[in-house]
Design a protein around this ligand. Sequence first.
Ligand code: UT7
Length: 315
Amino acid sequence: MKGIHIVATGRAVPKKIVTNDDMSKIVDTSHEWIVTRTGICQRHICEEETCTTLAVEAAQKALKEAIQKEGIKPEDIKVVVVASVTSEYSFPSTACLVQQALGLSQDTMSFDIGAACSGFLYGLEVCRSLLMAQEGKYALLIGSEQLSRVLDFTERSSCILFGDGAGAAVLRLDDSLYAHRAWSDGNKDVLYCKGAGQEEMKLRMEGQDVFKFAVRVLKQGLDTILTDGEITIEDVDYVVCHQANKRIIEHVMKKYPGHEQKFYMNIENYANTSGASIPIALDEMREEGLLQEGMKIVLVGFGAGLTWSSALITI
Ligand code: UT7
């Protein structure tokens, strides 16, 4: 089975930073409560930016780096996938708008996928599968979210948790070690947002139910992908989980004693950016020089659907 190589990454966040103290002026909360229960210190919230402009900016950065690194031409991109649950338009897809903004060729399959916080990971396998029929070509995978559009800023247990942002990756096939899994169970009660034409379009969440689900599937997703890849946690350089709550990740990392430092976290700066959280983390890790060629990284996502997914990739 062909593996996937991340050629380049990029990220974009809105200019406006909203701190926990700022949130305490909107709802009955405090920095102390938010940081202790979630690890979040601040989030970026759109003012002029949109899900589309964030996606375009992140994609432009990734494409620029890919051109510098591998000399790829924009027309070599044959697939554009945007993972999002907060697209600006029901249609056209955000991916089509990215394709146009980047001047990519019309001969490009561009579409969005809705797998909530698992979207980037679902997209990874979608892109890999489509590239199998496009020898020597590239895919652009983006997670972009403007969750502030659907937050209920009177509901303190959910509105403090989320932020806006986008992350992008240029992908191609390679022969490296790769494994991928995806699951879903059709739960529409503990985490949902009704769609166009419904009486309210606000995010609703049963926090504790989602917390228990997340802790369970993070471990299951991680263990399953290690088994599939015929490796152990000892062989893994980093685990990048969807950044939903620091306590969720801490719960899971304690199950791998001696390997806690492999679990990357940046939720303090961005809060939960749903489908964007994993590509934003990957881009930051690259920028910080943490990722070296040949490293094995496990990615694990989970969210509404309920969906979850894990992947083993080689950098
Ligand atoms: O991408 C996946 C999306 N979602 C998630 O991963 C969310 C998973 N769940 C969580 O992260 C946590 O459940 C939350 C952070 C949402 C909530 O934390 P919790 O420790 O589960 O709190 P809780 O809902 O059990 O509430 C405990 C108390 C309650 O007060 P009482 O009834 O004990 O008096 C809440 O009313 O904390 C109160 N509370 C708050 N207090 C201050 C809830 N939200 C807040 C708040 N500030 N923002």
